[in-house]
Write a protein that binds this ligand. Structure first.
Ligand code: SF4
Ligand code: SF4
Length: 195
């Protein structure tokens, strides 16, 4: 397939913003593929991590932001550890997750992972750690008809063993955790409101 790229895409403001947030030059990547070779979830990605770096190099904003790759990335950092050019591809995945949310172009097929991501972050913001029962409730309430009775049998088995607990436990200094969120803008106001 022939790919048409304009100079505007390749030298785009968006690409510079990605590089600013990652703190690395994407042009340093020479596409050796070591990152993808060590990625435990590459088999689930249409664009493995080296291809995601390539999309950014080429300024292909829509393809990068709408990819599912950043949502199946488990942030294990294996790619960044293996990269001989210190491109920090794991950080790139985090930046693309943030940007996809900001621009409202999260891949529609990844709503389960995205909703779980938001519920997880909201829980840590509120309690300083994950409150499992709250996390499950928040996740299910984002799509109650579809998720309401999912995993019911598993949940009953877990309850027999006292999991997940009904009570929450806050860390001592929740305010410090919230300051981290605010400084990193990890969760913007729009993300805090459930659908
Ligand atoms: S390991 Fe580094 S240099 Fe090699 S393809 Fe991945 S990001 Fe690029
Ligand atoms: S951080 Fe993400 S992209 Fe990198 S190796 Fe781990 S799962 Fe793959």
């Amino acid at each position: 397939m022939k790919l048409q790229l304009s100079n505007a895409q390749v030298g785009s403001e968006w690409k510079r913003e990605v590089e600013r947030r990652v703190g690395r030059k994407m042009a340093d990547c020479y596409q050796c593929g070591k990152c993808s070779a060590g990625c435990p979830t590459a088999y689930e990605m249409f664009h493995p991590i080296h291809a995601m770096v390539r999309l950014v190099q080429l300024g292909r904003k829509e393809a990068a932001l709408q990819s599912r790759s950043q949502w199946v990335c488990v942030a294990c950092e294996a790619c960044s550890t293996r990269c001989p050019k210190d491109v920090d591809p794991a950080r790139l995945m985090t930046v693309l997750r943030e940007m996809a949310q900001e621009e409202g172009c999260v891949n529609a097929n990844e709503s389960d992972i995205y909703d779980f991501h938001r519920s997880f972050l909201a829980s840590v913001r509120m309690f300083g750690r994950v409150y499992e029962m709250g996390l499950v409730a928040s996740y299910k309430m984002k799509s109650p008809l579809r998720r309401g009775f999912q995993d019911l049998v598993t949940a009953l088995h877990m309850r027999k063993r006292g999991k997940p607990g009904f009570l929450w436990h806050k860390v001592q200094n929740v305010a410090a955790i919230r300051r981290i969120y605010d400084r990193t803008k990890l969760q913007r106001p729009a993300d805090r409101n459930p659908d």
